[in-house]
Ligand binder design. Structure first.
Ligand SMILES: O=c1[nH]cnc2c1ncn2[C@@H]1O[C@H](CO)[C@@H](O)[C@H]1O
Length: 341
């Protein structure tokens, strides 16, 4: 048996909670910054960028995140970012990823919605051809922009309806951004066949998760780590098999959790809550999906069998057709068997 990091690197995976702009690597950011003559506070130098991605708190994280969004000024930038994010995911043996994109942030910066939709769709198809990775989209509302952003995100989702669009989300800060106000938008998105995957319980308590479940019809929860504070909620999530999209390093870097050793992941797993392991905004948090699997393996004291089970759990939580789930799961099983020889 090879060492665990090598095993993880070759393990077929899916990723369910990773943000488009948040995945802009230092190389992509440098290229985007160079395209726009440095009219940005975002450093082009990868070293300086690593320091720039150090966050005082969650509000500071959103501020930095939006400064990277400002670098994306036209459809070509959108295409470049999307194709490169797919390349990096495929390099980590990701077969399928549900990528969270925030159309409002780009359209409000002057990229027409049709051009945005065409760019992500063309990059998605090219990525499938170039790297063999299947991408799907979650369109998320940037919570800090409130109901106007909800309205426009829904409009773009329903009017453009790119082939890859499968879900509707809500990101950004939770503090001061209660979930219930977004119910009319989630109702319309779900009525149109989009799956509901809001963030909740990342920087606020269990009541935000209850709201996401009861008001927004959440089928999965982004983060949801504060569920560990509410035994009734843990039981509810476990009984109904409602998965949490866990991104351990994200929670530490945004100061939602004081340290990895304090992360509630072991308690969530112990309570029987389905979890998937994700990277969220990997370059911003100085991590990769593979690193997050290694973190989860350490926190949960897993070997190859346990890590393969985490990968299978993410496949089971994906909005994938059963035949596709079976195909990727069989690949995971075959890989585990071959690694054991
Ligand atoms: O970890 C996260 N939690 C919440 N929002 C996030 C996270 N990572 C990226 N975003 C994104 O930040 C944007 C700000 O406009 C939101 O749209 C959200 O998608």
């Amino acid at each position: 048996m090879t060492d665990l990091p090598t095993f993880i690197a070759g393990l077929p995976k899916v990723e369910l909670h990773v943000h488009h702009v948040g995945s802009a690597s230092p190389r992509i950011v440098a290229e985007l910054a160079a395209r726009h003559e440095g009219r940005s506070p975002v450093p082009a130098d990868p070293e300086a960028l690593a320091d720039y991605f150090a966050f005082r708190d969650f509000a500071h994280f959103v501020e930095v995140y939006l400064s990277v969004v400002d670098l994306i000024r036209d459809a070509d930038d959108v295409w470049l970012l999307t194709h490169e994010v797919a390349r990096e995911l495929a390099r980590q043996q990701v077969r399928y990823a549900e990528l969270t994109v925030t159309p409002y942030s780009h359209v409000s910066r002057g990229i027409p919605a049709p051009a945005f939709g065409e760019a992500i769709e063309d990059a998605r198809k090219r990525a499938e051809a170039d790297f063999g990775i299947a991408l799907r989209w979650c369109f998320d509302i940037p919570g800090e922009a409130g109901l106007p952003a909800a309205e426009q995100t829904l409009r773009i989702a329903l009017d453009e309806r790119p082939d890859g669009l499968i879900s509707f989300g809500l990101g950004g800060p939770e503090i001061g951004v209660p979930r219930p106000q977004f119910k009319p938008y989630f109702d319309q998105a779900r009525a149109a066949g989009l799956r509901s995957v809001p963030h909740a319980g990342e920087t606020t308590g269990p009541e935000t998760i209850w709201d996401a479940l009861r008001e927004l019809g959440a089928e999965r929860i982004g983060h949801g780590i504060s569920a560990a504070q509410d035994p009734a909620l843990l039981a509810y999530l476990a009984e109904r098999r409602i998965p949490l999209e866990i991104a351990p390093t994200s929670n530490v870097r945004t100061r939602a959790v004081p340290s990895l050793d304090a992360h509630p992941l072991p308690r969530l797993v112990e309570a029987g809550v389905p979890v998937s392991i994700n990277s969220d905004d990997p370059p911003m948090f100085g991590t990769t999906l593979n690193d997050e699997y290694a973190v989860a393996a350490r926190l949960l004291r897993l070997g190859p069998d346990g890590v393969a089970a985490l990968a299978r759990a993410a496949v089971a939580a994906a909005f994938l057709a059963p035949a596709e789930q079976a195909r990727i799961t069989a690949e995971i099983d075959a890989y585990l068997a071959s690694a054991a020889r």
